[in-house]
Design a protein around this ligand. Structure first.
Ligand code: SAM
Length: 269
């Protein structure tokens, strides 16, 4: 693969030389297409001095491309076996590499007070909760550039009424704007996943008042997605409260936009 972004050694060679097999459970599908890598870095829009938090460094393809822009990169990787690979790929690049589980590391403390872009290529069962959690708790992360399974990206970006609209869509809509920046075919990864991927960009907006209350209400409502709101929110919001927020009490949660949940939070205050 002459176009391999690692410059010289291909990712396959690299893994072979270090006697490494990828682990499915950790979602280890490494980017091996330079165009896709370049486009993700372009979408991230980072440059000299910018702070970047990368989650899931893998074989370092994206890490290296991000660092090459002059950005100051902190990269997390859970798999210690990748230490020698990353040592080789990132040789000469000033990257703060941390071998830890990003789901339990103190990322909020790490980014506090700064202005950061998060870049991640993760399995959706780690990536989606991480993004939603950091949207709620880490205002210092102003932009999220995340590659996930295509369906997971569609869920983040879904409008009310759509089949895949749910709690992730509400959290994203309350805290920012989501754009589906690109679709990514399985062919750009080693090994190839069975599913298509996509890159979502979430650009943070200032948090509305009562954002957390609104999200908690949405979580309760989507917990019983098929029920009417007057019954899924029984004991929390009456039919009168729902009506006062401009929500039909017989509606189901997928019919209510972020502003509806925010209005309800205001009524219940
Ligand atoms: N960024 C690289 C790329 O684009 O080629 C690797 C992407 S690969 C899809 C995901 C990487 O995330 C794997 O290297 C995996 O070991 C790592 N990973 C999975 N769960 C993680 C977690 N909870 N914390 C940190 N890294 C994790």
């Amino acid at each position: 693969m002459s176009g391999d972004p690692l410059g010289g050694a291909t990712t396959a060679d690299l893994l072979r030389r270090h006697d490494l097999r990828t682990t499915k459970a950790l979602g280890q599908h490494f980017l091996v297409d330079p165009n896709t890598t370049r486009r993700i870095v372009e979408v991230a829009g980072v440059g000299p001095g910018d702070r970047v938090l990368e989650i899931g460094a893998g074989a370092g393809t994206l890490t290296r491309a991000l660092a090459a822009t002059g950005a100051r990169v902190v990269a997390f990787e859970i798999d210690e076996r990748l230490r020698p690979v990353l040592g080789e790929v990132l040789d000469g690049f000033d990257v703060d590499l941390r071998f830890a589980d990003a789901a339990t590391a103190d990322l909020v403390g790490l980014v506090a007070g700064g202005s950061w872009t998060l870049v991640a290529n993760l399995p959706y069962n780690v990536g989606t909760p991480l993004v939603l959690d950091l949207l709620r708790t880490a205002p210092a992360i102003e932009r999220f550039v995340v590659m996930l399974q295509r369906e997971a990206v569609e869920r983040l970006a879904a409008p009310p009424g759509s089949r895949v609209y749910g709690l992730p869509s509400v959290v994203c809509a309350i805290h920012g704007e989501v754009e589906v920046a690109m679709r990514v075919p399985p062919t750009v990864f080693l090994p190839r996943p069975k599913v298509e991927s996509a890159v979502a960009v979430v650009t943070r907006s200032p948090a509305p008042e009562l954002a957390d209350v609104a999200i908690d209400l949405a979580a309760q409502a989507f917990g019983q997605r098929r029920k009417m709101l007057r019954s899924s929110l029984r004991g929390v919001a009456s039919s009168e409260d729902l009506a006062a927020a401009g929500i039909d009490p017989t509606a189901r949660p997928e019919q209510v936009g972020a502003e509806g949940f925010l209005a309800l939070a205001g009524v219940l205050r």
